[in-house]
Design a protein around this ligand. Structure first.
Ligand code: NA7
Length: 539
């Protein structure tokens, strides 16, 4: 229930932010520039969010490093050198720590503090946040910057607590080095994370057992070092690069070819696929023909192409077939980028267990038991992903007008306006929340848009002497229609993936992201701001 007892709050701010990842850090920087009193709460012991938590072996960008940094500070852009085209996690974390130092962000961040609840107090016109430990605080505005992939999810497998060996979830990886030498290691999960872990540890372990439920269409990352000359060129090109990234579908350098996959000759089509295949990054997914994600016949051409590529790399044809997806078309789930992943299955110390064929029955004290066998392990790695997009918000008891619970309101799927705010929950802004354009994006590019929009909105509120902003039900319904129409024009529903919450047992399967592209999203947000925040009631 909304608390009206202001004496329980130790301090009052203008804005409270939950999360000190890329979004929370930049929001703090921007709002502080307005002269507002801002406090950030962060569960970790330092900044970095995703790049703080995901320290598992092999964690790195699938975005070109130089497209991933913040673009708001020319000085920062010119100071920072990326050492690889797709930066590894330790370097990215160092970058974010550098940003925190440079802009003196930590002085307004309370670390080691998980927020358990946030309650709207209508009478006071304030949000009160309740940390699990420590004093409460209040503010006129609340910004959530909790990420879309931060609510760690262990698999619902019986006996999971009984395992007597060492175990880790990839997103809760320890800071201390993990020793793999000579060990029998099992990995459950073959999504983007599992692929990075598996290819990295296969040469380090004694024996590796990969428990695969659903194979993915993995494509070559083609990483490499950035030379001093290249870095100088990159720096000289930033002024042209960032405006260009605002115009692409998902904020990457890759752009769809305007031709249909079906209107070109077989030779031309193949040449285009091979060209993107040979290049680094997501071009295979977001840089070939525009209709591969909207037309099943067009999609079939690239799906077949990728299947053939997998077959070519795996020595044992039976293993290759297991590694080839059969249940979804290419690109309808997040495409993992890899460096030597398929070759891992040619190694003598690696075994692929298809748990669709032979399901896991339970975790035992000694390992993993399937219907057909028991695999003895010294270490188990869960690369089993997250309760996505709404999960991190649902783990906080967020209560709006009349004590309404956001989690309950969203039980059948999220409802909000612009992906920023849900009716009944005034003065809150959810960065990278459900149905927000930033969910399907080269994140920092869209995070900057989110943060700058919220910054301007708050600036407007303050300049106009307004106390309260709340999305209308009508705006919310229209936004939901827009989001659903967008995704229904694509083949993404066929992927039935974490984009829809389908990976979380018991969760309502409904689209959680935004598939209309960043330029459309930006346009919609700008239009709303330019028209006095239409769709919101300001008072
Ligand atoms: P994902 O993409 O959700 O992958 C999780 C993997 O774990 C996936 O292969 C799952 O198989 C598997 N999984 C989950 N539960 C089980 C059980 N009970 N048994 C067997 N296998 C299971 O998470 P990631 O961390 O790889 O990636 C998430 C995003 O982070 C990624 O898209 C990037 O954007 C960064 P399934 O496919 O459900 O059959």
């Amino acid at each position: 229930m909304a608390s009206t007892d202001t004496t329980t709050s130790d301090e009052t701010f203008d804005v409270l932010i939950i999360g000190a990842g890329i979004a929370g850090m930049y929001q703090l920087y921007k709002l502080r520039q307005q002269g507002l009193r801002v406090r950030v709460y962060e569960t970790g012991t330092d900044v970095g969010g995703t790049w703080y938590w995901n320290r598992y072996p092999g964690a790195r960008f699938d975005s070109e490093s130089y497209t991933y940094g913040y673009s708001f500070s020319e000085e920062l852009l010119q100071e920072w050198d990326w050492s690889e085209h797709f930066s590894p996690q330790p370097e990215t974390l160092r970058y974010l720590q550098y940003v925190a130092d440079k802009f003196d962000l930590r002085k307004d961040i309370v670390f080691r503090t998980r927020i358990a609840a946030a309650h709207w107090d209508e009478e006071a016109g304030q949000w009160e946040v309740v940390p699990e430990t420590g004093p409460r605080a209040r503010a006129k505005y609340l910004v959530t910057a909790v990420g879309e992939l931060s609510a760690t999810q262990l698999p619902a497998i019986e006996g999971i607590e009984s395992f007597e060996g060492e175990w880790h979830h990839t997103s809760q990886w320890p800071k201390e080095p993990v020793d793999f030498a000579g060990k029998r290691v099992g990995v459950i999960g073959t999504g983007a994370t599992g692929v990075q872990v598996i290819q990295t540890i296969a040469p380090l372990v004694g024996h590796l057992t990969v428990f695969q439920r659903t194979p993915n269409y993995c494509c070559p990352l083609r990483n490499g070092p950035v030379s001093a000359e290249e870095m100088a060129e990159i720096k000289a090109g930033y002024a042209e690069l960032f405006p260009r990234l605002k115009k692409t579908f998902a904020g990457f350098i890759h752009e769809f070819d305007e031709r249909s996959a079906l209107e070109v000759s077989d030779e031309e089509r193949l040449a285009k696929f091979e060209e993107e295949w040979a290049k680094p990054g997501f071009g295979k997914w977001l840089g070939t023909f525009h209709d591969i994600l909207t037309d099943l016949d067009a999609n079939a051409t690239i799906t077949e192409f990728v299947k053939e590529k997998i077959r070519e790399r795996v020595d044992d044809p039976a293993v290759a077939e297991k590694l080839i997806p059969k249940d979804h078309p290419f690109g309808t789930k997040r495409v993992p980028l890899e460096s030597g992943y398929y070759e891992v299955f040619n190694r003598d110390n690696v075994l692929l267990v298809d748990v669709r064929e032979d399901p896991i029955e339970r975790i035992t004290p000694r390992g993993v038991k399937t219907g057909g066998a028991e695999y003895e392990l010294d270490m188990l790695i869960y690369a089993t992903g997250f309760d996505t997009v709404t999960g991190p918000l649902n783990r906080i008891d967020i209560r709006g007008v009349n004590g309404q619970s956001l989690k309950e309101k969203w039980a059948d799927g999220p409802r909000n306006y612009l992906g920023f705010q849900s009716h009944g929950f005034p003065n809150i802004f959810t960065l990278v929340g459900p149905h927000n354009g930033s969910t399907f994006c080269n994140l920092p590019r869209c995070i900057e848009q989110n943060v700058e929009w919220v910054d301007e909105c708050i600036r407007y509120m303050e300049a106009e002497g307004l106390r309260r902003i709340e999305a209308t039900v009508e705006a919310e319904e229209a936004w939901n229609d827009h989001v659903q129409e967008g995704v229904n024009e694509t083949l993404l529903p066929m992927g039935n993936s974490w984009f829809f919450g389908a990976n979380t047992p018991g969760k309502t399967v409904t689209f959680l992201m935004y598939a209309n592209g960043m330029p459309t999203y930006r346009e919609r947000c700008d239009h709303v701001a330019q028209h006095g925040y239409e769709g919101f009631v300001l008072s």
